[in-house]
Unconditional design. Structure first.
Ligand SMILES: [Cu+2]
Length: 124
């Protein structure tokens, strides 16, 4: 009787070891939290939070739309350095959308806070 219980415990312990042994596979998809990934998408969202655009880099398909939302208590803008789009001043929770019809790299910034890091939309 006693040996039966011990062997049962051994079987259970082995089972646990096998379970934990193959559980170490982790995802590598979130290595760069500032990028939306390299696969272009048709619709992307960018939050303006803590005086930064997040994600700072968006890969977008031609014809795709980016939606910016100001999540800060202070007003911000999303203004293309090349002049192709300008949100104007966005108050808290205000949304701005822009559709990109032409492939290219669009670097933009906030005209209110020029110390905020520039961000980029890559349309491909
Ligand atoms: Cu700003």
């Amino acid at each position: 009787m006693k040996t039966k219980i011990i062997s049962l415990a051994l079987v259970m312990a082995c089972g646990l070891l096998m379970l934990t042994g193959c559980g170490g596979k982790s995802s590598n998809n979130s290595m760069n939290p500032t990028s939306s990934g390299n696969t272009p998408v048709i619709a992307a969202s960018v939050s303006i939070v803590n005086f930064a655009f997040s994600p700072a880099i968006v890969h977008l398909k031609v014809g795709g739309t980016v939606t910016w939302t100001n999540k800060d208590a202070t007003p911000h803008t999303a203004t293309d350095l090349g002049g192709s789009f300008d949100s104007g001043s966005l108050s808290t929770d205000q949304v701005f959308k822009h559709t990109f019809a032409t492939a290219g790299t669009y670097t933009y910034h906030c005209t209110i806070h020029t110390m905020m890091p520039n961000a980029t939309i890559i349309v491909e």
